[in-house]
Design a protein around this ligand. Structure first.
Ligand SMILES: Cc1ncc(COP(=O)(O)O)c(C=O)c1O
Length: 374
């Protein structure tokens, strides 16, 4: 059966409505277009309150947040920092940027989380921190990792870029580690265009991050630079959009759950698994992801869907696949990361999707193998 449709369905489009535009207009009209203006603090306070955390620091993006988080823990040359191999590359790049040694750990097949057994093997006396990435809306059970590192003085940084709103037990992701980092890039659960946030309960970390974010300057003595710092600040314009977005967080998470539920309802998942295979956790839905059980189908599938005007996105490559890290790691030590990466694809996942769109995409997926010579 060949399904006919002329509708183009993009992989992702952000949903910016009148509330965000109104908030942005108000800020711009008041003259707050750079990184000063009360609205940034208001956004920080709101984010901290939702997470029941003492300190929030708004930043230019999650990548710079990760850099600041690592530096706030005094990480540098001679240290080792662990992160999962299947993640967007930011945490790995930021570890390398500090001068510390990047130690990669494979992930689990069922939920793409960092593999606890592999993690235990990779801890050494030089391990100073672990970056835990909550992958694709799935909450890593940090309590288990905390047990592994207890009495070892190893710090935990949570990367919550893809999983705002997910919970470990009754605690939101980003509230259990020493410091946590969030992203508000256009395709994230809430967006400010570009943007990031750091959370911590520790005053010392908070104060160091605030210094580093703003050229190493204190508020008390302007243009006096206490330490080598950066400009990793958020603008008031971003904060204005962020405030409007955060008011919608609950609704966004609900709508995303419904999109996933409808995909599950209409997809005939025989030849692939729908992420995650593990159930009964308080995950959130970021992208809808499927993983083919057979090798070498993924790229053919993406091409077929492209021909049908449906944009799907291939899964990220493992960190160890990057040209600048390739020589430091052996593929054979990261079998799961490579298998998941090469056989997984994200389906259209915008908030703008309606039930008709989802049915169309699901029908195309259910019949694609009949319609293509493999
Ligand atoms: C897990 C993870 N960490 C960090 C980032 C980087 O976020 P940003 O684009 O805000 O720097 C991303 C972005 O996709 C991500 O998925």
């Amino acid at each position: 059966m060949s399904i006919k449709s002329n509708k183009y369905i993009p992989f992702f489009t952000p949903k910016i409505s009148s509330e965000e535009i109104k908030s942005l207009n108000k800020t711009v009209k008041a003259g707050w277009i750079s990184s000063q203006g009360k609205i940034i603090e208001t956004f920080e306070n709101k984010f901290a309150k939702i997470h029941k955390i003492k300190y929030a620091i708004a930043t230019s993006n999650c990548t710079t947040s990760l850099h600041l988080a690592l530096l706030s823990l005094d990480i540098g040359k001679g240290d080792e920092v662990i992160c999962p191999n299947l993640t967007f590359i930011s945490p790995a790049n930021m570890i390398a940027l500090t001068g510390a040694k990047l130690v990669l750990v494979d992930v689990q097949n069922d939920n793409f989380c960092i593999c606890l057994k592999d993690l235990e093997k990779k801890i050494t006396k030089k391990t100073k921190a672990i970056i835990i990435v909550h992958p694709f809306g799935y909450p890593v059970d940090i309590n288990k990792i905390k047990k592994v590192v207890q009495n070892k003085k190893i710090k935990i940084i949570e990367d919550v870029a893809e999983s705002i709103g997910a919970k470990v037990g009754d605690k939101l992701c980003g509230t259990i580690g020493d410091v946590s980092c969030f992203s508000f890039f256009a395709n994230k659960i809430i967006t400010t265009g570009e943007g990031g946030m750091i959370l911590t309960n520790k005053k010392k970390i908070y104060e160091k991050i605030k210094l580093l974010r703003d050229h190493g300057m204190t508020k008390e003595k302007r243009y006096y630079h206490q330490i080598l710092g950066f400009n990793y600040r958020m603008t008031a314009m971003q904060a204005a959009i962020g405030l409007a977005q955060i008011n919608k967080l609950k609704d966004i998470l609900k709508k995303k759950k419904l999109i996933k539920k409808n995909y599950i309802r209409y997809l005939n998942a025989k030849t692939f698994d729908i992420f995650p295979k593990t159930k009964n956790v308080s995950s959130v839905e970021w992208f809808v992801t499927i993983t083919f059980k057979k090798q070498n189908l993924r790229n053919k599938f993406i091409k077929y869907m492209e021909y049908k005007k449906i944009e799907c996105r291939p899964m990220i490559f493992p960190v160890s696949f990057a040209k600048h890290f390739k020589n430091d790691f052996h593929k054979k030590n990261f079998i799961n990361s490579y298998n998941i990466s090469l056989n997984s694809v994200h389906l259209p996942s915008s908030l703008n999707l309606n039930i008709k769109d989802i049915k169309l995409v699901a029908n195309l997926i259910n019949t694609w193998e009949e319609n293509i010579k493999l």
